[in-house]
Write a protein that binds this ligand. Structure first.
Ligand code: PGA
Length: 239
């Protein structure tokens, strides 16, 4: 694991964004794994700026997102599909036919196989962006008894509901989500995990210095050969 500490979120956005842009310029048809939540937003701002300045084109990339809520229509304002449209996809020249999302309302087993096949057929994810939950989750792989493999339907924990329910002002936050599994995430060729703020410090400490255990799903990243952890000082506070 390579740990890098930055002064602020903007610097993280720029650092992660530069790695992505240089891959896209070198390999225009690369495969990018995107995450939702507050952590990656500065990265998406940087990518949008670079696109607006004519320094990069995303027209040939393929994308896979990590997760999607169940019990929510795809176009609902709180869906992760909408989040990506608003924060990145609607602002750059990505080909809508090459955007891949889990369907939170599909049959779990069928959807899991479909997503795994789609990732494999794309050639695999070149760079996967990740956040981390306060409880150590990556994507929506919540702490549990074992590491998961391919995409599956998860029951969200109270910690995740507490962190994300602030985004739901008209309906209760869904209690379930479809998420890429730990096994699929670990197959990504390169992983960049972003964590900012004091609320993440404990999870970051457990991820980096704790044992590899499903009780802290992010700890599995200790076994990945190419992972960069980008932190601000608050998130790195307990290291
Ligand atoms: P956040 O979420 O970036 O909104 O803090 C990260 C996560 O829960 O994985």
């Amino acid at each position: 694991m390579e740990i890098r500490v930055y002064r602020n979120e903007k610097e993280i956005g720029e650092a992660a964004g530069k790695i992505i842009c240089s891959l896209v310029n070198e390999k225009p048809d690369c495969v990018l794994g995107f995450a939702t939540g507050a952590s990656p937003v500065p990265v998406y701002e940087y990518l949008t700026e670079q696109y607006n300045e004519g320094k990069v084109s995303f027209k040939d990339i393929t994308t896979f997102n990590l997760d999607e809520y169940c019990e929510l229509p795809k176009n609902h304002k709180n869906s992760y599909y909408t989040f990506m449209q608003e924060n990145l996809f609607g602002k750059i020249d990505v080909n809508p036919g090459k955007i891949n999302f889990l369907d939170g309302n599909a049959d779990e087993a069928t959807e899991s196989k479909r997503y795994a096949r789609a990732i494999e057929e794309s050639g695999g994810i070149d760079i996967q962006i990740l956040g981390i939950g306060r409880n150590g989750h990556i994507a929506f792989n919540e702490p549990g008894a074992e590491f998961t493999d391919e995409a599956w339907k998860v029951t969200l924990t109270q910690s995740t509901i507490d962190a994300n329910s602030k985004y739901f002002d008209d309906i209760p936050m869904p209690r379930h989500a479809m998420t890429m599994g730990i096994g699929s995430i670990m197959k990504s060729k390169k992983i960049i995990l972003i964590a900012t703020g004091h609320a993440k410090a404990e999870a970051v400490k457990n991820m980096i210095n704790g044992p590899v255990t499903p009780l802290c799903p992010a700890s599995i990243l200790q076994q990945h050969k190419d992972v960069i952890i980008m932190l601000d000082e608050a998130a790195a506070n307990l290291l």
